[in-house]
Write a protein of this length. Structure first.
Length: 95
């Protein structure tokens, strides 16, 4: 049941850093969208009926999703707490 303590700690850290994480994860794609999407999009013609801004917005959504991930520190801490201790038998292996 040590995972509850790890989960609670990660939740408290996440709650503390929530505002900064949301602002940076929203600000970067929005700056790119307005700068390159509307700025450069005004110079680009529509290709096969699709505007440049539609194409760029979909790409920005995918990029922001790929680069938004949990902190690697949290996953390392979870792995350390759930690791098998020396001398303990694993429940997933049949010896």
């Amino acid at each position: 049941m040590r995972w509850i303590a790890v989960w609670r700690r990660n939740f408290l850290v996440w709650r503390k850093l929530f505002a900064a994480a949301v602002l940076t994860n929203l600000a970067d794609p929005l700056i790119m969208l307005f700068g390159l999407g509307y700025g450069l999009g005004a110079l680009m013609p529509a290709v096969e009926g699709m505007s440049y801004i539609s194409f760029f917005a979909a790409g920005q959504l995918c990029t922001a999703t790929m680069y938004t991930r949990p902190s690697s520190r949290c996953s390392r801490a979870f792995r350390a707490c759930t690791a098998r201790r020396p001398g303990m038998r694993s429940s997933t292996h049949r010896w």
